[in-house]
Design a protein around this ligand. Structure first.
Ligand code: 6CS
Ligand code: FE
Length: 318
């Protein structure tokens, strides 16, 4: 059994996690057992050394390692946010996009919930994905060259934006996309002000050190439903409640142009939006080139490329 990642506070959590490997020796097997299971993370969170270089301060680096997330308030200029928001609105209104596979509508309505593969659909998002600051942060955290695993716009429009139930992205990317280890980082670029009331991202600090294996066999073409409302690969209430008891719930607020950086295994979700104020963000997932996708560990066919890119060439800053 591999040793637990160094500096993991998991050892201090209230309920010890089992370190056993899942089915077939896969330490992150999920949706295979009859019962949910709490396991230890076996991968480091931060490969860079706090204090090395200047992309993050030592305090920021330690906060990311221990909490699993970091908020960079006001990173992008108002001018740049304006250009990104204009493109976001254009995609929302583009009739040619509405029926393409990259566009996901809200459950029970034809309101656009998300648009995927934005870095290939728009030059401004192509440039944002290659922003030198974002790339430097991803490379520092992951200790490797990175490629883009996924990009998406989440609109969460006023009144119509529905919830994203609690989940670990890595659990899905491991089981359904074939991401071997926890060596990926997500960046949510706020394109509207995130208030406490318009469905902001909710994170469970410290939850990234624990892996919750879920129950329930992944249905065929699961993504056609999970991107509207995820029902498989979601944590059981007992283990989820324990994680929240231990770490609480952080709800980062911030003006448009801020960036929330969070670990691939962070437990997160967001409530619906019944206010007039949209909570829109652009979401980029950077995966370490050494952690490139293999066959999905859940045994089903790989998800389409618009969800799980398989161009593993290292991203270069623009
Ligand atoms: O399935 C996925 O890849 C996507 N689903 C969610 C709810 N978050 C991560 C990712 O965008
Ligand atoms: Fe997610």
């Amino acid at each position: 059994m591999q040793s637990m990642a160094r500096d993991s506070p998991a050892a201090s959590v209230a309920r010890p996690a089992s370190a056993g490997a899942g089915r077939g020796g896969d330490p992150y097997a999920s949706r295979v057992g009859a019962f949910p299971e709490r396991r230890q993370r076996l991968d480091p969170v931060l490969y860079g050394v706090p204090g090395d270089g200047d992309v993050l301060t030592p305090r920021q680096a330690r906060a990311f390692r221990d909490d699993g997330y970091l908020v960079l308030a006001g990173l992008l200029s108002e001018k740049r946010v304006g250009a990104l928001s204009a493109e976001m609105r254009r995609l929302f209104e583009d009739p040619g996009l509405r029926h393409r596979e990259e566009t996901i509508t809200e459950p029970g309505s034809d309101v656009t919930r998300s648009v995927f593969r934005i870095h290939e659909l728009c030059p401004v998002f192509r440039a944002l994905a290659r922003d030198p600051v974002l790339l430097d942060i991803a490379r520092f955290i992951l200790g490797d060259d990175v490629y883009l695993h996924q990009s998406r716009l989440n609109y969460k429009p006023g009144f119509d934006g529905r919830e994203f139930y609690w989940h670990s992205d890595f659990e899905t990317w491991h089981v359904e996309d074939g991401m071997p280890r926890m060596r990926a980082v997500s960046m949510s670029v706020l394109l509207s002000d995130n208030h406490e009331f318009n469905g902001p991202l909710m994170l469970v600090p410290g939850s990234h050190w624990v892996y919750l294996a879920c129950v329930g066999e992944t249905p065929e073409d699961h993504y056609k439903r999970s991107l509207k409302r995820q029902e498989y690969g979601v944590p059981d209430r007992e283990n989820l409640s324990a994680l929240i008891e231990e770490g609480g719930i952080a709800v980062p607020k911030g003006p448009a142009g801020s960036v929330i950086v969070f670990d691939c295994n962070m437990m997160h979700g967001s409530n619906g939006n019944i206010t007039p104020y949209p909570r829109s963000n652009a979401f980029f997932v950077y995966n370490a080139c050494s952690n490139r996708l293999v066959a999905p560990f859940g045994g089903r066919k790989p998800r389409p490329a618009f969800l799980a890119h398989r161009d593993f060439a290292p991203l270069r800053p623009l």
